[in-house]
Design a protein around this ligand. Structure first.
Ligand code: ASP
Length: 356
């Protein structure tokens, strides 16, 4: 009788053990496949596609350091459970304020020697979006774009109207001197004096770069994307590029992906690059990397449209694809390692800590 009871107890222990092991296995599987696992956050930033070869090592270092600092602030938001929208805005603001990128304080001048700034932000969860274009007195266009998204029924405000809305929200307009920078002015004068010799097609070739963009996935599984720029060098006053156009230079949708583009905006607008990448993921079920590659390395290359994208899907997959010499970009994940690369095709990635 005793041995029968002992045998019964052993069988019971074995069954409980098997059930527990099974439960642990399925929990692990759920973690791998589910983007809403509660800890899978990612942030990717870019600092513009183009040719970095003419840049001095000091300039390259300052850009890299600023990008790292910016990503650290985005990481801080995501690691404490903040939203991808907040992380995108925080990261872009630091790059706008640095004066080192073609965005915010460092925006390139248009043909009249004045910066005109564009920016957009999009929430992949609700598809809410906000953007501003051709603003001349706004220090942080990404913040204004966020206010357009949250405080108006509209998606896009431009020029004077956008600036009046900014004032109504308590944003102080800055004077054009806020954007003055010796290096940019010299660059403008050089470009202007060489301009007459160039054909229109050459003017659309990419020498310079520095638009900034960020895509992020937060712990709640929500994607967001944002882009901020001064546009292309020597653009006509009033010209608007792809960055503030939802679906062209900026797009986010939890069903597919988040994208921020950088390059010659006219091509990105004609090819609705950001939305095209996400729709390929959504409807053709191709991988994010494949979709980015097909659009940037085939469609754009066939049309001689220079540029690149950063893209992120709800599973945390990342694509950083560019058909130019370089596109500085940095990625951070839950492990707290910021990996920065892309200032040339052969650049060795560098790793930095996400918290200091
Ligand atoms: N895409 C931006 C524009 O055309 C420029 C850039 O990315 O550098 O306005």
């Amino acid at each position: 009788m005793k041995s029968v009871r002992f045998f019964g107890l052993c069988c019971l222990a074995l069954l409980i053990g098997l059930a527990l092991a099974n439960q642990r296995r399925s929990a692990r599987a759920a973690n791998v496949s589910s983007p809403q696992s509660g800890s899978n956050f990612v942030l990717v930033a870019h600092g513009g596609a183009g040719n970095y070869n003419h840049m001095t090592p000091a300039m390259l270092d300052s850009r890299r350091d600023t990008m790292v600092k910016a990503i650290q602030s985005g990481y801080a938001v995501l690691s404490r459970g903040g939203s991808s929208l907040d992380a995108v805005e925080a990261t872009i603001r630091i790059m706008e304020d640095s004066g080192l990128f073609d965005a915010g304080r460092g925006a390139y001048y248009d043909r009249d020697g004045v910066p005109e700034l564009d920016a957009a932000i999009m929430d992949g969860h609700t598809l809410a979006a906000g953007s501003v274009a051709s603003v001349r007195h706004i220090a942080n266009p990404i913040h204004l774009a966020r206010l357009v998204m949250e405080k108006t029924p509209h998606v896009m405000l431009v020029g004077d109207g956008a600036e009046r809305f900014a004032q109504s929200q308590g944003i102080e307009l800055v004077s054009p001197f806020y954007f003055y920078n010796q290096h940019l002015w010299e660059m403008y004068e050089r470009a202007k004096s060489g301009e007459e010799k160039k054909k229109t097609s050459e003017l659309l070739k990419r020498e310079e770069h520095g638009t900034v963009g960020v895509v992020a996935l937060d712990q709640a599984g929500n994607l967001a994307a944002g882009t901020s720029t001064g546009g292309t060098e020597l653009k006509l006053p009033g010209r608007v590029g792809d960055s503030p156009i939802i679906g062209a230079g900026t797009y986010a949708n939890n069903q597919s992906c988040a994208v921020s583009g950088t390059g010659v905006g006219e091509f990105y607008m004609r090819n609705i690059v950001a939305a095209d990448i996400c729709e390929r993921v959504r409807y053709l079920h191709v991988s994010l990397e494949q979709a980015a590659d097909d659009v940037v390395m085939k469609e754009l290359v066939d049309q001689k449209g220079e540029g690149g994208v950063i893209a992120l899907d709800p599973h945390g997959n990342v694509a950083t694809t560019f058909n130019t010499d370089g596109m500085m970009n940095g990625t951070v994940r839950v492990d707290g390692k910021i990996i920065v690369k892309g200032w040339s095709k052969s650049a060795e990635p560098m790793t930095f800590p996400a918290s200091n």
